[in-house]
Structures are given as structure tokens and as C-alpha cells.
Design a binder for this molecule. Structure first.
Ligand code: NI
Length: 199
């Protein structure tokens, strides 16, 4: 759906970094994914390393977005990059992001780095206006539509302790729970995320 996964990142070439500090991605049903994250009170240089590690982890996965709770950190921080043709060029590092305006409606097939072997159509706002803080302590506004709008809403959901499977029908969610339980029992849940857009 408008996104080809043909391009795989060379994880060592992003930013020219030669050392990786990949974080462990938590998977459903890990409890940290259900906890609402806390606002960041102080933006200072201490966040740089952590946010860079989040970005590296997102590119390496590969995914188009990652929220701090997905790596076990309950702070309101997300990284996003929907431009996989030019990794790093349009990377967003957002602190305390929030949707201030939303309009329209769009259905997108979503996947998530924290939800293995499952994708589903999810209805979201088609366009959003998001306000967030940057590492430079500036408040910025992002107008987004289509994939970026979907990804922003998906990541901000993570900060509120919500997964995309909380936005599908109860029956579909229950079927997924059963499938996952069976996979875990059979030792097949190797943590491989699905091959759709993972955010
Ligand atoms: Ni996700």
C-alpha cells in the first residue's frame, strides 16, 4: 500500500556510524507497551544518545517509526522516517508529540515492530497537525498526510499505551491472541515482525 520494502538499510551506513547500539524491541504482550508514557520534563544533551540508538534500532529493524515504550522506556519520545529511499534525510526525532488537529479518514494496513506476524487494516485520520519538541528545545508543527499521518498517530498511540491491535475488532484481536499463544507454545514466535509497514 504505497510502500515498498525493496530497500534494505545497510545499518552501518546510516549516519556513517560504525558502531551500533541497538536496543531490544519489546513485543506484545509485554506490559510496558500498555503503560502510558510520561512527558519529558527536561530536554538536554542526555537525550541525544538514547534517541540516536532509537533511530538506529528503527532503521535496523527495519521500520518507519519507533516509540520509546517499544524499547522499554516510558518517556514520550518517538523517531520516524517514512522516506526509506533517503534514510536519515527526513528523520524526525520528536519529544512530547501530540495531535492538535485531525481531519478526514484513511484505512491503512498497519504492522508494528512490537506485534509479530500480524497486520491489519486500521482506520485513522487522513491528515493531522502534530506539535512536538525537538532536541534543540524548539516547539515544531508537522502537517502530515497518508503514511506519515498514519505513522504519527500509531507512534503517539504507543505513548498512550495503545497498540494498533487495540483499534481492530475484538474478534480479530482474539484470533491474533490465540495464534500468538499457539506460536509461542510451538516455539515459532521468533520475534520476526510482519512484512508490511512496521511502525
Ligand atoms: Ni508500533
Amino acid at each position: 500500500m504505497g510502500f515498498e520494502r525493496a530497500h534494505r538499510f545497510d545499518k552501518f551506513s546510516v549516519y556513517g556510524l560504525n558502531q551500533m547500539a541497538l536496543l531490544k524491541i519489546r513485543k506484545f504482550p509485554d506490559n510496558v507497551l500498555k503503560e502510558p508514557a510520561q512527558p519529558v520534563e527536561t530536554i538536554d544533551g542526555n537525550l541525544n544518545g538514547f534517541i540516536d540508538s532509537m533511530a538506529q534500532t528503527m532503521y535496523a529493524a527495519p521500520g518507519v517509526g519507533l516509540a520509546a515504550p517499544q524499547v522499554g522506556d516510558s518517556r514520550r519520545i518517538v523517531v520516524l522516517d517514512t522516506d526509506h529511499e533517503n534514510p536519515g534525510k527526513h528523520l524526525l526525532k520528536l519529544i512530547n508529540p501530540r495531535v492538535v488537529e485531525a481531519e478526514g479518514s484513511i484505512v491503512w494496513e498497519e504492522g508494528c515492530l512490537s506485534v509479530i506476524d500480524f497486520t491489519a487494516d486500521v482506520q485513522r485520520a487522513e491528515r493531522v497537525l502534530v506539535r512536538a519538541w525537538t532536541l534543540e528545545q524548539k516547539e515544531i508543527e508537522i502537517e502530515a498526510e497518508e503514511l506519515l499521518a498514519v505513522a504519527l498517530q500509531h507512534e503517539i498511540d504507543h505513548l498512550d499505551g495503545k497498540l494498533f491491535i487495540d483499534r481492530i475488532s475484538r474478534i480479530k484481536r482474539e484470533l491474533y491472541r490465540r495464534k500468538l499463544a499457539k506460536m509461542i507454545k510451538e516455539g515459532k514466535a521468533d520475534g520476526k515482525p510482519p512484512s508490511a509497514v512496521r511502525i
